[in-house]
Write a protein that binds this ligand. Sequence first.
Ligand code: PLP
Length: 422
Amino acid sequence: MTRVNDNFLLLPESYLFSEVARRVKDFQEKNPDVKVIRMGIGDVTRPLCKAAIEAMHRAVEDEADTATFHGYGPEQGYAFLRDKIAEFDYNKRGIDILPDEIFIGDGAKSDLGNFFDILSQDSTVAVTDPVYPVYVDTNVMGGRGGQRSGEHHEGIIYIPINKANGYTPQLPAQRPDVIYLCSPNNPTGTAMTRSDLKIWVDYARKEGSIILFDSAYEAYIHSDVVPHSIYEIEGAKEVAVEFRSFSKTAGFTGVRCGYTVVPFALKGRDSKREEVSLNHLWNRRQCTKFNGASYISQRAAEAVYSKEGRKQIEETIEYYMKNARMMRKSLREAGYDVIGGIDSPYIWLKTPEGMTSWEFFHFLLYEHGIVGTPGSGFGAEGEGYLRLTAFNTHEATEEALSRMHNEQFIIESCENEPECHL
Ligand SMILES: *Cc1c(COP(=O)(O)O)cnc(C)c1O
């Protein structure tokens, strides 16, 4: 029989979202009349903006005619989109990024997972705790996780982000070769300021590390002190790769389009200590293993940068952020310890009275008919927290908040449930 990649067996079963779904189903069967409000979803719910939809219709028509048909496109993405990204996301913000430093892909998740193809396979890796699970799991698959002990993989350096450090990752004691940072952060909803990020850029320059910077929620930034790109920080082009996505920015979670910036100034070295351009290696990797994002999704992404497109996506983001502000304010008034929701669509809620994440999940479901995501699913430091998202309608969000204010909203005693020992 064929040998499998044993590293995959070191991964814990991905049980967070399936366990949430199982418990919700169980609850709904017992309480068919309760309208469950899902505040756990990490997916957008509003449709694509009109400009993107119209552009996709036109792109489909292009594909229907010999004269305008597009087959294989450039592996790096079409110039019409790379030029728009360079102009709007960088140059207009005073950041000098060239179209050839931008690689269009089918979303940030794939590129985040694939980028290690061009790095030394025995690199040491640091992630924050809690963390977007993709960074950890892809490194475990690549054999860099080591053995699992409890919540952690012994081969990975975990940098706690918690109340004690103001949810700001602090420099680690042990030097990592590769550092994953996500700002605005999923799941905590907090964002790094320019001075927070400068500490990391300076550290990476001094230590010869690389920062893989995930800014999937860039479009949600409202605070002036929060940078929209890591390249706002001096010297970052020499040490950082930036991953962006149209998923949360413009509702492309189903359409699929994102991009990765690999600056020409970013250099690594080979085993002979010769300097190598990472842009060159990533280009080589993409040309070999990737055949480009679809023409139709790239035309849709291009339309996001049109005057109407920018206005329309701004309205949708404002729709979600109104929910986030409502949640933050209302939950604080109800006495909850809440962060996030200012520069991101996520609210990170401390569980009351020392409940575990799963106990509080269960409490919210059975007392209020609300579904959140247990923070412990994002790492050991997430224990005692719950993530709520703003990706719902105003009406459902308001209803959820009023239920949480009204302690009388008791649906059914959960006495017979194994988790019900609150
Ligand atoms: C949603 C999300 C992404 C984007 O994923 P896509 O593959 O582009 O849809 C990346 N990073 C984080 C932290 C996310 O939450």
